[in-house]
Design a protein around this ligand. Sequence first.
Ligand SMILES: [Zn+2]
Ligand SMILES: [Zn+2]
Length: 147
Amino acid sequence: MVNAPQGDTTASTLAKPLTGSCFCSALEYEIRAPLVRAQSCHCSRCRKVFSGAGSAFGFLAEDSFRWVGETSALSRYASGNGWEIGFCGRCGSTLCGIHEGTVRGVTLGTIDGDPGVQLSQHIYVGSRAPWDHIGGDAPQFDEGPGD
Ligand SMILES: [Zn+2]
Ligand SMILES: [Zn+2]
């Protein structure tokens, strides 16, 4: 199966960058290009990682992310398959997914205002929490995304 290439380096830049931060604002970031897409995973692992019904995660265009100011509060947790979760060591907010040292996506909840994308799919809905009632029109998959 061949996926369309992600992280188009010619992606347009935003006139006004997206900004985001953790709960205590020790960590702040800026995103200079539109998010590529966003999704929510409802698996039991994501519920723990994101401390909620699941993930709400936006994938970044290549080279569009940068930390603003100090990053000494950034902690990382290896979550498998070369991915690390980036979170604030002071307040505990989960901020980003780091793959092989590069920030590849951010948690939508840490973005200030409108992230400019909607969730395009819900995955691992078959193992969602019993109290999780998913709204919206985005397609839902019992396991991973369809073809
Ligand atoms: Zn914080
Ligand atoms: Zn998951």
